[in-house]
Design a protein around this ligand. Sequence first.
Ligand code: GLC
Length: 750
Amino acid sequence: MKFLRLVLFATHAAASPLPSSVGSAGEIDSRVSQLLEGLSREAKIGQLQQLPGHLPAAEIESAVRAGRVGSLINVTDPARLRELQRIAVEESPGGIPLIIGRDVIHGFRTIAPIPLGLAATWNPELVEANCAAAAAETRSVGIHWTFAPMIDIARDPRWGRVAESPGEDPFLARRLCAAMVRGFQGDDLAAPDRIAACAKHFAAYGAALGGRDYNTTWVPDQQLWEVYLPPFKTAVDHGVATFMTAFNDLNGVPCSGSAFLLDEVLRKRWDFSGFVVSDWASVTQMVPHGIAADDREAGLLAIRAGVDMEMATPSMAEHFASFIDAGKVPPERLDELVGNILRVKLALGLFERPGPPETAVYPPEMAPESLRLAEQAAAESLVLLKNDGGVLPLPAGSKVAVIGPLADAPADQLGTWSFDGIAEDVVTPRAALEADGAAGSLASARFVPGLAYSRDKSRDGFAAALEAADEADVVLFFGGEEAILSGEAHSRARLHLPGAQEELLAALHATGKPVVLVVLAGRPLVLEPVLPLVDAVLYAWHPGTMGGPAIAKVLRGELDPSGRLPITFPRAEGQIPIYHGHRNTGRPFNPDSWSHIDDIPVGAEQTSLGNESHYLDLGHEPQFWFGEGLSYTRFRHGEPELSTTELRGGGTLEVTTTFTNTGERSGHVVAQLYFRDPAASITRPVSELAGFRKILLGPGESRQVRFELAAEDFAFPGPDGEARLEAGTIEIMVGTSARDHRSATLRIEP
Ligand code: GLC
């Protein structure tokens, strides 16, 4: 029996203050108090309201002039923003500047890969730099606030918003979240090239039943604390300025009415000092959710739970005064909400500089460095999943046929949530490869779409595509899904390549020419039907403005494919949910006891044949594992060496592993450290990511990769959220994916 000794860690840490040159937290708070003293109740209530920019201009102006609005969303014209700020400051009763918000999820005008692609870079520094570039473009036009990072753990590729997510793993998500908050906010929210970030969607939005967007979520407290809340805690620890509530009901309570999330966790346990905005109409959606009889009651629930600002609907502001007069809400509650908002506005420097300079233009110019960063992110997001016979990289002088509905689809290449991206800015794979043909690095690149768009079912274009294939040395097929098939409200129950893409691939396969499949998609797709038809697969997500050159350089070998999967790929929809950090079960998969459904004898007796956890038709393994990705070279890694085999509470452990490039080409390897607690007071995941590092190794080069972990890194939260460190053994696993690693054993003595 495992001797169980617990060391509990307090998780009531003080949040990082809002980073601002305007003043210290104390100085800002005293200015908040002064401002509140000078505001009427109506002026205060006006701060709680965010209005959408699509409303008639006159309606917006009169609301601003009357002091009935504290924030606008989706206004991008600098001159209009300057005028609206002038009205707010000079003509409204309170004189409080507006905070202007926008969804800058993976770029403003320069569009980086979708966040799932950014996650595939496993390069937080690069992600941070891309977010900083986006912040500079955004602030330059007078927008102060992005509704990002979206840090919803996503383990269901049917969910459209997996595209915006950091993937399935809490550790990777936390590292990316920290990078994005740092990138957007920097160390001074008042700087002319920084914006307030927003941790969303709080919380567990990605756990939607069936992967159907907006659907119910039932998440046990244990899983909330283990999986869905950690990235949000990281956001608070890094001084995120705002939070956004999620649409879903969580364990029976819509998040916009959840005092557990917004007060107990966010304020009391995490000491968050920024403000909380609802999602679009998520307050009044508590009526259809079924916990509010009408908008008025929904507004009361949101106020009591801890929403500070209401996006798009007026239920809080409309009734706040009557709630106070009726004794339903204490007057000081209004000062708390408005104080949270004013704190962020002050930290942003809005009282010194509310609007953009006269020189501001929309769309802003794209700095060369921004484009370079976007291309580097696109290149490092590419995941090589198959490369039979070394068909990639393409030999110099290859004649390529560029085929498929996403070879020349600029708007789709930008992906979901790319409102300010411009299709004309995009360099598509077709354009990049044709340029390579013209420059001589390829003999030629002939483009024939074959299909007009990803859902196209027509075979009319097949003949021309096959003719191009016949004349080429290799076929590059650009398939996947249009951007509109991913993103909010765009969940899919079937995850195959849409339209007639599978048929066209079969026809191209039949030509006998090597076929390289490049997938542009906002989610893992089910590729099993086409894997036998292609020699190589390069997964490109929706790679953004510079996706074309990035893909072309990797296809030609000028760059190596260094992306690794941030999410597990199922072999079929029926395997979902499938992710690396699962529990082992009492009857874990045993390849010796699995008989494929086709191998079961006809008339077999009803026995418990193969009574382990698997599918008769698909077994247990995913199509591709978390952390996986091939390279153009080969790597070997040694056993992890531990600085100690016994770690006490408060102690640190060094894990050192040698990685060697055994091939003839340079290549990046993502060294990954996982651990497993095989016998704890509750079941633990079979693998928990606890470290990673992306390194470049030259041919034949070896390098020691060193990870340093504290004893507390092996603690895990209970259903009460309190982290606990237990005595016992820990299996340390270091390798190149959740499947490929080598182990060493550590003993924990708290
Ligand atoms: C949307 C999304 C949210 C976004 C907001 C403003 O419905 O759920 O992520 O930031 O509305 O566009």
